[in-house]
Design a binder for this molecule. Structure first.
Ligand code: PGA
Length: 250
């Protein structure tokens, strides 16, 4: 694996099928910068249609926003990794703070998801990030390192190289308040150093994305930081032109 520049949209619980297809077709038909991977985190019901739409566009990947932390079983309403794999999904967002907060997902559950995905040769987009209280106390560095260790440190070198990490400070998600480029770089550097201490040089191969109110106005400065390899973008990924402009911000 080599470190990639990535613009990942996270549509969350937005759009209907028509809007989803319209957005995907819009992006396919635009000039997109070379060497930037576009990932679209779409709701479960639209995955298969969006995957079909993007066939032939190797630089656009359709991702799921979640998966269950067990392989299969009596979990009514849940979606397993193998179900996703069977319809052609390759990337899955795991551990988003909204899942952790509203659906009580723990580091252990998130770690299981990562493990199952890698066992099935799929790519986890692993989210971490601190709440405002922790940031104010000044313990954000150790908080995020703990999340990373708990969910990822049972992986071996070959496995960790496949993971995409998204640092998303909770206080910046959907609030319009963004981490400054310096704050983002500081945390990304700290995550990479933490990974280097455990895994050595392979840490340089891992893409670390920033998430939290990325928009067309701030993307360029954020993406210019040495350890920021792109973004996980929520609100601003819902608008065609806005997201396209973020794609051109590298
Ligand atoms: P936001 O969401 O860009 O709307 O802040 C980011 C995310 O939650 O992934």
């Amino acid at each position: 694996m080599t470190r990639q520049k990535i613009a990942a949209g996270n549509w969350k619980m937005n759009k209907d099928l028509n809007d989803a297809v319209k957005m995907v077709r819009f992006l396919i038909n635009q000039d997109r910068p070379k060497n930037i991977l576009t990932v679209l985190g779409v709701p479960f019901p639209f995955l298969q249609t969006c995957i079909k739409e993007t066939r032939g566009s190797a630089d656009i990947i359709i991702a799921a926003q979640n998966c269950h932390h067990k392989e299969n079983g009596a979990f009514t309403g849940e979606v397993s990794v193998t179900m996703l794999k069977s319809i052609g999904v390759s990337h899955v967002i795991v551990g988003h703070s909204e899942r952790r907060e509203y659906f009580f997902e723990t580091d252990e559950m998130v770690g299981n998801k990562v493990r199952i995905l890698l066992n099935h040769s799929m790519i986890p987009i692993f989210c971490c990030g601190e709440p405002l209280k922790v940031r104010k106390e000044g313990s954000h560095g150790s908080y995020v390192k703990h999340q990373v260790s708990k969910a990822l440190y049972s992986l071996n070198e070959e496995e960790i190289a496949k993971v995409i990490i998204a640092y998303e400070p909770i206080w910046a998600i959907g609030t319009g308040e963004t981490a400054s480029p310096e704050q983002a770089q500081e945390m990304h550097h700290s995550i990479r150093t933490h990974l280097r201490d455990k895994y050595g040089k392979v840490s340089d191969e891992i893409s670390i994305l920033y998430g939290g109110s990325v928009n067309p106005g701030n993307a360029k400065e954020l993406f210019r930081q040495a350890d920021v390899d792109g973004g996980l973008i929520g609100g601003a990924s819902l608008q065609e032109k806005g997201f396209l402009s973020i794609l051109h911000s590298f």
